[in-house]
Write a protein that binds this ligand. Structure first.
Ligand code: ZN
Length: 261
């Protein structure tokens, strides 16, 4: 069965900036989805901020194995209820790939629990992306490094938790470095942050970048059935304990307590 990828685009710059619209006439999300659809075993569709419920209904998310997220100018316009919904699906096992300026998305910040801040410069400089974990599935088939001739610079320190794995480190022409490919797991969900993708450059047309995203979708996919009720914390009464409890210590609960939550 194919992996169902959903590419979510904020879809603002493409409609308001002529240069971006020329690079991505159908939006960055469509460019990324088209690339993923050329890969075996992946079926990619798109959703945007402007759709009802941002195109992320409960049904749509339940049918999504891996969600890719690009946002920048309108992070604040993403409805908090939808953020909760996406975060719960990640905890339940949906894969999540955060692209470029999605480092400041509500979803990523919630899942990381840190400011996710960084330094940046927009000078169209060269980015050299080094594979620092060559045996990682996301690096499969890549050379030791590859170059994007024009990109925005992101610099360390990157205010994220220590990652599960570091797959890529970028060097920029101006001298900075940045951990540009990081993995996390939150609940049952695999998370990958991938740095490149500034809207005014043709990054998502780049074959290497498309290769990374294809690998990342395959890596982030969790084939286990999606967990249900991930936020529920049930009480297990004494009579339903797996083993009989014969000698009981004093309970801190008084009769009539509704539990400790
Ligand atoms: Zn950018």
């Amino acid at each position: 069965m194919a992996i169902r990828a959903l590419v979510w685009g904020e879809n603002v710059h493409e409609r308001t900036n002529k240069a971006v619209g020329a690079l991505y006439p159908e939006g960055m999300h469509t460019c990324i989805a088209s690339a993923l659809n050329t890969a075996d075993g992946i079926i990619a569709t798109t959703a945007t901020l402007q759709e009802p419920e941002h195109g992320l209904t409960s049904t749509r998310l339940a049918e999504t194995d891996v969600l890719l997220w690009w946002g920048h100018a309108a992070h604040g316009d993403v409805d908090d209820g939808i953020v909760d919904r996406v975060v719960e699906q990640v905890w339940a096992g949906m894969g999540l790939i955060l692209l470029h300026s999605a480092h400041f998305s509500k979803i990523f910040k919630r899942l990381m629990g840190t400011p996710c801040n960084l330094s940046w410069r927009e000078a169209g400089e060269r980015e050299r992306i080094w594979v620092v974990n060559p045996s990682h599935p996301i690096a499969e088939g890549l050379p030791s490094h590859f170059v994007l001739e024009n990109e925005e610079m992101y610099g360390e320190p990157f205010g994220v938790p220590e990652p599960l794995e570091t797959v890529f480190i970028s060097w920029f022409q101006g001298g900075e470095v940045f951990r540009s490919g990081l993995t996390y797991r939150r609940g049952a969900g695999n998370i990958f942050y991938f740095r490149p993708g500034h809207e005014t450059y043709p990054t998502y047309h780049d074959g290497m970048v498309q290769h990374v995203l294809t690998n990342a979708v395959r890596w982030a996919y969790n084939p286990a059935p999606r967990l249900t009720e991930v936020t529920v914390a049930p009480n297990v009464p004494v009579e339903r304990a797996p083993e009989p409890i014969e000698t009981r210590g004093p309970s801190v609960h008084q009769p009539g307590d509704q539990g400790h939550h």
